[in-house]
Each structure stands twice: as structure tokens, then as C-alpha cells.
Design a protein around this ligand. Structure first.
Ligand code: UDP
Length: 450
């Protein structure tokens, strides 16, 4: 592949959304760094904002189709169908007419129907999951045991054989939006057709579950996909480019962190999608204030009106509320002592890999199994208890848990575990590590099949 020789060409198809674009883009960069030509097919505005990604080519594959999204006429179901029809056609056209032949399609497992297009054109395909291996095992259980009739029970237990203590919580979310449930479980429907099933995770982190899933599929863990400059603080290979749903005010928030003591700040974020109810938002606000620690809280513009009146002014000495931040830089900052998170898989993996203890406040779906792993399996954080009557996490509980992670004797054990997992994450992606080897094998397989 050297000296201008033929480069195999991989087409990467992420679903839109922060938690999908980020890991698939970073994985694309890893493939490119190993001599693969990569084209990322994505929505038009993303191709414009990510121009700096010179190692990768972007191809705009969908645009107006997202108009109205799941809130348009017909709801989520109609939206997904329309999306599939348009993207399938554009994908087919692109692959057929690409000057540089496509040798493999890496598609977001949420867009599971893409494998049929690849097969139809005689191209190998790899499904890419942006959730944990444990969550996908959980969905399998749900699918197979027909638990759908009992969606409302929170955290049903899985048989210990899987080593997964928790099924993702389908709870009220799926009850209100059955199309979400269908969409989520749809990820599994064509999986056996894929040549590879890739996970943004690493073997050491989810060993037992990886083994179980490997009995069914050709699983390869290739994560964490976090740029190496964050994992080992070297600025060698990466000019970091990523996808940002909102514009972060980077200097402002990093300068603020620079003024804080080492490991003293609670970083709070519920990701790009989760919506807290007003009561929970208020409890969280007062819990942060009462804990008397410094906090950096990402409250998306659409959520800001739920903050208690005058909260920002009243807490300005200790706290900073911003609408979006450069999360990897925040988590790598030495002033950050813990991360209060909704446990989206990217946030969880980023925190594990950067050695930041967590306060796990899951809101829906796979966030519940991620939270359980954070507390019970990896021992890198605590999960504040939900008050069963009020159905929220109270300010008192928030205060107690923050202080336990930042100040109590518990903090030493959690810190030790966090350090261990941080080292293992770095080892996994370093040359010769488990994920690096998996990527090498994947690349060798693509080359052999050209
Ligand atoms: N993120 C960010 N800035 C923020 C909040 C989140 O860059 O202020 C990034 C974060 O680093 C992660 C992604 O957004 O990569 C969120 O993905 P996750 O799976 O955690 O949650 P989702 O948004 O999909 O619920």
C-alpha cells in the first residue's frame, strides 16, 4: 500500500447525532492512519463543518430528509422509513458510481438495512455499534425472551451466565415511543449478515460479554476511539477534528478550569439528547449548590429555562453553566474530580478511559446498563439512588454522592480503579494492544479481500 500503490477504500456510514458521529469519525481516522482510503457518507451540514479532516473524504448523503425529524408528520416511524428510502438510494448510487471502488462498507448498526445494499453489490460489510457490548447482549436477551410485555419493570436482571447484570431499561421511553423500541431492536435483525461486528469498547473492559457475543458474531472491539492525544497527552498524530453538535466556548471554560484546584470540580453533562424533567433539574441545581464544590454544568440552550430563577447568579462563585463544552478536554483537565453523567456510552467510555470517577444518573435505554457497570463492575463511580416516591434523585442524595466521590474515604478505591482502567484503555489502543491488533486484523482482511 506504500509509495502511491492502490489503497483499499472503506465507506463509513454513521447515523447522524453526536454520539454516533464522534466514534465513527475517530475510527475512520484510525483506518486512514493504517493506509486505508476512507469516505464518510453523512449529512450535508456535517460535511461542511468537518472540512479540516484532511485524512478523510466526506460525501453528503442525506440532508432535507431530516427535516422535522421524528417530530414531523407520521412521527419517528415515518421518519425512519423516509430516511431509509432516501439514504438507500443515495448510497447505492454512490457505491455504483464511485471512481475509486469501495472495498468495504462500515455502517452504523442502527442503519442495519445498509448491509443488504452492500451484499447486493458484492461488497463486504461491518456493523459498527456505538453502544457497549453489554447493552447489545441485553437487547438480545430482550428480543429472545420476549420481555417486551414487561417493559415497565426497571432494570430486569439477566441470567448471570452472560455476566451482564442488567438489561438496558426500555421503561416508559419505549412505552411512549414503541417506534424507538422497534428501531433499537432492529439493530439486531440483520446482524448475522455482517462480516464483522465492531464495538467501540475494548476486550479488557467487557471481556466476558465480548466472549459471549463472539459465539454468535465475528466481534472486534476497536476502542476507545478517543484520539490518542487525550489518552497519553502527546500531540503527535492528531490535529484533533471532531464533530460538534453545538459550538463550544472552549477557551472560556478551560480558562475557568485553570483557576480551580486539582480534582476539585464536578463536571455535569447529560449529553446531546436526554431531557431532565423540571423537578429533577431543580433538585440537581440545589444539590450542586449544597455540596459546596465547584461545578461545571453543561445545560443545553433548550434546557436552560428549567434552571431555578437566579441560580446562575447565586452560584457564580463556585459554578459555571455553559451550553456545550469540548468534553474530552474537560475530562482530561486536572481540575476535574468527577463526572456526573447520564451514562451515554461515549461519555462513559471517555470518562473510564481518561480516569475520571463518575456519578451515574442514567435516563433511558443502554444508559442503565452502563451505569450498573460503572458502579458494580468497574468500580469507577457511584449511582445516586432514585427516591421511589418522588421518582427523582433528591438534592440530599446528590450532595452525599458528590462528597463521597470527591472527599470521602470511598474516593480512594474509586480513584484507584479509575486509574487502572485508564491505563488499560491506553494499552488497548497502543501499538500491539487488543484494540490495535483488532484494527490491524480488520485492515489486513480488507486488503486481502480487495
Ligand atoms: N459532548 C461534548 N460536549 C458536551 C457534551 C457532550 O463534546 O458539552 C460529547 C461527548 O464527548 C460525547 C458525546 O457528546 O462524545 C455524547 O455522546 P453520549 O453517547 O455520551 O451521549 P448522547 O449525546 O448520545 O446521549
Amino acid at each position: 500500500m506504500e509509495g502511491g500503490a492502490y489503497k483499499p477504500h472503506v465507506l463509513v456510514l454513521p447515523q447522524d447525532g453526536q454520539g454516533h458521529m464522534n466514534p465513527m469519525l475517530q475510527f475512520s481516522k484510525r483506518l486512514a492512519s493504517k493506509g486505508i482510503k476512507v469516505t464518510v457518507a453523512t449529512f450535508v451540514s456535517a460535511t461542511k463543518t468537518m472540512k479540516r479532516a484532511s485524512m478523510i473524504t466526506f460525501y453528503p448523503i442525506y440532508d432535507d430528509v431530516t427535516e422535522g425529524g421524528m417530530h414531523g408528520p407520521g412521527g419517528l416511524k415515518a421518519f425512519i422509513e423516509k430516511f431509509q428510502t432516501i439514504v438507500s438510494k443515495n448510497l447505492l448510487d454512490f457505491i455504483k458510481t464511485s471512481k475509486h471502488q469501495i472495498n468495504c462498507l462500515v455502517y452504523d448498526a442502527n442503519l442495519h438495512w445498509a448491509i443488504d445494499i452492500a451484499i447486493g453489490l458484492g461488497i463486504p460489510g461491518a456493523a459498527f455499534f456505538t453502544q457497549s457490548c453489554a447493552a447489545i447482549s441485553g437487547y438480545h436477551m430482550l428480543n429472545e425472551e420476549m420481555l417486551l410485555s414487561d417493559q415497565s419493570s426497571a432494570d430486569p436482571e439477566l441470567p448471570p451466565a452472560l455476566g451482564v447484570p442488567n438489561v438496558p431499561n426500555m421503561g416508559s421511553e419505549s412505552g411512549r415511543f414503541p417506534a424507538i423500541l422497534q428501531h433499537i431492536l432492529g439493530q439486531l435483525s440483520d446482524l448475522e449478515k455482517a462480516d464483522w461486528v465492531l464495538f467501540n469498547s475494548f476486550d479488557e473492559l467487557e471481556g466476558e460479554v465480548v466472549k459471549e457475543l463472539s459465539k454468535r458474531y465475528s466481534v472486534k472491539t476497536i476502542g476507545p476511539t478517543i484520539p490518542s492525544m487525550y489518552l497519553d497527552k502527546r500531540l503527535e498524530d492528531d490535529i484533533y477534528y471532531g464533530f460538534n453538535l453545538f459550538k463550544p466556548d472552549k477557551d472560556f471554560c478551560l480558562n475557568w478550569l485553570n483557576t480551580k484546584e486539582i480534582r476539585s470540580v464536578v463536571y455535569v453533562s447529560f449529553g446531546s439528547v436526554a431531557v431532565l424533567n423540571a423537578e429533577q433539574m431543580e433538585e440537581l441545581a440545589w444539590g450542586l449548590k449544597q455540596s459546596n464544590n465547584s461545578f461545571l454544568w453543561v445545560v443545553r440552550a433548550s434546557e436552560k429555562e428549567k434552571l431555578p430563577t437566579n441560580f446562575i447568579e447565586e452560584t457564580s462563585e463556585k459554578g459555571l453553566v455553559i451550553t456545550w463544552c469540548p468534553q474530552l478536554e474537560v475530562l482530561s483537565h486536572e481540575a476535574v474530580g468527577c463526572f456526573m453523567t447520564h451514562c451515554g456510552w461515549n461519555s462513559t467510555l471517555e470518562s473510564v478511559s481518561l480516569g475520571v470517577p463518575m456519578l451515574a444518573m442514567p435516563q433511558f435505554l443502554d444508559q442503565f446498563s452502563d451505569a450498573k457497570f460503572v458502579e458494580e463492575v468497574w468500580g469507577v463511580g457511584l449511582r445516586p439512588k432514585v427516591d421511589t416516591e418522588k421518582r427523582i434523585v433528591t438534592r440530599e442524595e446528590i450532595q452525599v454522592c458528590i462528597n463521597a466521590v470527591l472527599n470521602d474515604e470511598k474516593k480512594e478505591v474509586i480513584k484507584k480503579n479509575a486509574k487502572k482502567w485508564k491505563e488499560l484503555a491506553k494499552e488497548a489502543v497502543d501499538k500491539g494492544g487488543s484494540s490495535d491488533k483488532n484494527i490491524e486484523e480488520f485492515v489486513a482482511w480488507i486488503v486481502a479481500n480487495c
